[in-house]
Design a protein around this ligand. Structure first.
Ligand code: GGG
Length: 362
């Protein structure tokens, strides 16, 4: 996944905490990354931005400044928290006005979401050990069901009608499939494709065709396909079956919440929105959103944000630091001493972040 390594090992990071628990977990992410930078001798030049938040929306009537693309293009990566504060901005406006602009504008067509049963995390699974569940969801991130093509007719009448199109292009599908096959090759594993070609009769059979054709270039990779409904069931029943799961934008979003939930908590799950060329910045965030129900209480789990930070370091070419951060949160979780409420404990977000930062030094 490594895109580049800076010769002087100084990385410019745009920090966008967003809303809700995004701001709480971001502080802990920065704390841990700061420790890793000190220990491994590189510099993170961070610059914080207040946009992509309800407060920015209230002040400016939009989620991003007009020059967001130029402003962020010069950074090596974007470290993102969470978006959404529905009491102030409708969710579709905040998401389309910020995160989805970044994914599309910076052509971050790969959304990589690892799912792993971590040591010490009390999950709903019986008899599984860490190591049994360790797979990647590779989500198409720039097209598919997340399309703004459509409209409303006969508004306010009995005939009110809404239409929204799914957009799938050969280029868009092939590039995500190639990435997913390569991941399966790298891991020496199997590829699972999420489909629904029995019910969605144009786009999904096309997706299946492209999976089969791409497979001809990867004859050593075993491929299976599941309709999304039974795949969701198999995630719950047999999460240890999977290596690399490739899915469209919406299916990938759902599966990458479901996967971590099966391992105990979505609070630990990271997400890397990658432009594999490295020509435009990639964005790293936790899978979870802003969680208004627990925002401001200081009890959010910061591991998803911290793990996303580790993925960012790996992408920047700091593999040793990334490994140290991963080992740090695994060690702290395994000890079970500092667990947030979603992990069955009573520790605060800040306490778990501090414990992990200290473990980076160990
Ligand atoms: N940190 C990720 C975040 O804020 N997610 C909010 C959300 O609703 N995301 C939908 C998506 O990833 O497509």
């Amino acid at each position: 996944m490594n895109a580049f390594s800076s010769p002087n090992r100084t990385y410019r990071i745009a920090v966008i905490a967003g809303d809700g628990i995004g701001t709480e977990v971001m502080s802990e992410g920065l704390k841990v990354l700061g420790r890793a930078a000190e220990r491994f001798g590189f510099r993170l030049e961070t610059q914080e931005f207040d946009f992509a938040s309800a407060e920015y929306w209230t002040k400016h009537g939009r989620m991003l400044p007009e020059d967001w693309f130029e402003t962020l293009s010069g950074f090596d990566a974007i470290y993102f928290g969470a978006v959404g504060w529905p009491d102030v901005v409708p969710d579709h406006i905040s998401l389309w006005g910020s995160l989805l602009q970044f994914r599309r504008g910076f052509d971050q067509y790969v959304n990589l979401r690892p799912v792993k049963l971590l040591p010490g995390v009390p999950g709903p699974l019986r008899g599984r050990e860490p190591g049994d569940i360790d797979f990647l969801v590779v989500r198409e991130n720039t097209e598919g069901e997340y399309s703004s093509i459509g409209g409303k007719m006969f508004e306010g009448t009995d005939r009110e009608t809404v239409v929204q199109e799914t957009v799938m292009t050969r280029t868009g599908i092939d590039r995500i499939l190639r990435f997913a096959y390569e991941q399966a090759q790298r891991r020496g594993g199997r590829l699972t494709s999420a489909t629904k070609s029995n019910g969605i009769s144009i786009t999904m059979p096309y997706w299946d065709e492209r999976v089969a054709e791409m497979g001809e270039s990867f004859p050593e990779i075993e491929v299976d396909k599941f309709h999304i409904d039974i795949l969701a069931a198999q995630f719950v029943l047999h999460p240890d079956w999977f290596d690399v799961v490739v899915a469209s934008n919406l299916f990938g979003d759902i599966l990458s919440d479901l996967g971590p939930a099966c391992t105990g908590t979505i609070g630990v799950a990271p997400s890397a929105n990658i432009n594999p060329t490295g020509e435009l910045p990639s964005l790293f965030e936790p899978v979870h959103g802003s969680a208004p129900d627990i925002a401001g209480q200081g009890i959010a789990n910061p591991v998803g944000q911290i793990w996303a930070g580790a993925m960012m370091l790996d992408f920047l070419g700091e593999a040793q630091a990334a490994e140290a951060v991963t080992t740090a949160f695994e060690t702290v979780l395994e000890s079970g001493e500092t667990m947030t409420p979603d992990l069955g404990g009573s520790a605060r977000c800040e306490e778990l972040g501090t414990a992990i930062a200290q473990a980076v030094d160990a």
